[in-house]
Design a protein around this ligand. Structure first.
Ligand SMILES: Nc1nc2c(ncn2[C@@H]2O[C@H](COP(=O)(O)OP(=O)(O)OP(=O)(O)O)[C@@H](O)[C@H]2O)c(=O)[nH]1
Ligand SMILES: [Mg+2]
Length: 429
């Protein structure tokens, strides 16, 4: 098992600008406005594709942009829409916002997700003709595309995660019950990278087990090797918790299990809630009645909590079959639903927040209402306040955008001063 990761920058296309144009006709000195709209910017779309197995392409090329919309043209010509950028990723790829690590999309079988919408094209000046303004020189600019840095992460999916302290026999178990050939040795951290193995049962469906490096106290905070690999367990449906029941290294099995479970819940409370079964390993080294005593203690401690205990020997194979068939039955009960991550980061909402069209504030000391914002600046850029028409347009803009309403809510009264992006007026209703 491996985690395949790539960080890329994605961008949706800019909307094309609307066009300012007037009809030119023979013998007609000044025709009406005929500026077409700008084209829409292309979307940035992720598609899960089962023919793709790795993210390696995304580690080589790191920037992906959709096409920009073209400008509108005269004679009502609509600008061409920008081309979508479609990124094919392996099924199960999780797309996260790079700074927060929050999930934008979990690409499961056959899914297609528009992660960044292209900017809308601007409206051409043909839309701005009014009875009082027959020759509008204004066309709407296209909306910019969005840019985002995202982390793509592909976690190989296993049904069952195998966890436990180092040296308890996880890899030995994996090599016994699956086709995998992991390294086995009598020292800690023999396993450095996760291994996957497929369990073949003669009379039932097989399943996939992931053996991960041993966990120790503090793993959830990065102690040992475990932290990097805990995420691999996130998507498994069940956990086999392996413990050295015979205390070959002098530790107490109950205490071991509690320590690991605390690390799981510290890392992610959902991990600790996954169904678990205890594999009490190394029973071949018990002498006399020790086995019975230890297994009884483990059962008394964990079975009331719904965690079954199976005494096994990964070396001799004793008890292994019972454990595997129990796991198979539990998986059947859980159903075959893969664990799908919920969306936590919504690019559209993020942009709405940062693109507040205007703000209205009141300065009590100066007794001035301030109206500011990029959209208002833009409007002032194309409006001639000296002309009567321009001033009417300006007033309508403030009205249509709810700014007067907001001023009134704030308690403005006739004669008060309003500062709109540097233009100062007295307010009269
Ligand atoms: N007696 C006995 N020894 C076992 C059993 N299972 C594993 N061992 C031994 O325990 C040691 C560690 O086994 P591994 O399978 O490498 O343990 P691990 O949990 O994968 O260890 P890490 O990869 O370091 O986390 C080896 O020497 C194995 O032979 C068992 O059931 N009985
Ligand atoms: Mg191992």
């Amino acid at each position: 098992m491996f985690a395949d990761i790539a960080t890329i920058t994605i961008r949706s296309g800019n909307g094309g600008n609307g066009c300012v144009s007037f009809r030119r006709e023979l013998f007609v000195p000044a025709g009406g406005p005929d500026g077409g709209d700008g084209g829409r910017g292309g979307d940035l779309i992720f598609v899960a594709d089962k023919n793709i197995n790795t993210l390696s392409d995304y580690r080589h090329k790191r920037k992906y942009s959709a096409g920009n919309g073209e400008q509108g043209r005269g004679k009502h010509c609509h600008g061409k829409d920008g081309e979508d950028c479609i990124l094919k990723v392996p099924e199960g790829t999780v797309v996260r916002e790079a700074n927060s690590g929050k999930i934008i999309a979990d690409m499961s079988a056959g899914s297609e997700v528009v992660v960044l919408k292209g900017g809308n094209g601007g409206k051409g000046n043909q839309h701005y003709a009014t009875p009082t303004m027959q020759a509008p020189k204004y066309a709407q600019p296209g909306k910019p595309g969005r840019e985002l840095e995202v982390i793509l992460e592909l976690k190989t999916i296993a049904d069952v995660g195998l966890v436990g302290f180092p040296n308890v026999g996880k890899s030995t178990f994996l090599s016994r019950v699956t086709n995998a050939k992991p390294k086995i040795a009598n020292y800690h951290f023999t396993t450095l990278d996760p291994n996957l193995g497929v369990v073949d049962l003669s009379d039932a469906d097989g399943f996939v087990i992931a053996d991960i490096p041993g966990l120790i106290e503090g793993a959830s905070e990065g102690v040992g090797l475990g932290h990097e690999f805990l995420k691999h367990i996130e998507r498994t449906r069940m956990i086999i918790h392996m413990v050295d029941a015979a205390s070959t290294e002098g530790r107490d099995p109950i205490n071991d299990i509690n320590i690991i479970n605390k690390e799981l819940s510290d890392y992610d409370p959902l991990l600790a809630k996954k169904p678990q079964v205890i594999a009490a390993n190394k029973i071949d080294v018990f002498y006399g009645d020790d086995e019975e005593t230890v297994i009884t203690l483990l059962k008394e401690e964990f079975e009331p909590k719904g965690i079954k205990v199976f005494p096994i020997s990964a070396v001799s194979g004793k008890g292994v079959k019972e454990l595997l068939y129990y796991v198979r039955r539990e998986l059947d009960k859980l159903g075959n639903e893969p664990v799908i991550y919920e969306q936590e980061y919504f690019p559209e909402l993020e942009y709405e927040e940062t693109e507040e069209p205007y703000s209205v504030t009141y300065d009590e000391k100066e007794k001035v209402y301030y109206v500011d914002g990029p959209r208002i600046e833009k409007m002032l850029g194309y409006t001639n306040l000296e002309s009567e028409k321009g001033f009417v347009f300006f007033q309508n803009f403030l009205k249509d955008n709810g700014i007067f309403e907001e001023l009134e809510e704030m308690g403005i009264s006739d004669g008060d001063t309003v500062d709109v992006c540097g233009y100062v007026f007295d307010y009269y209703k």
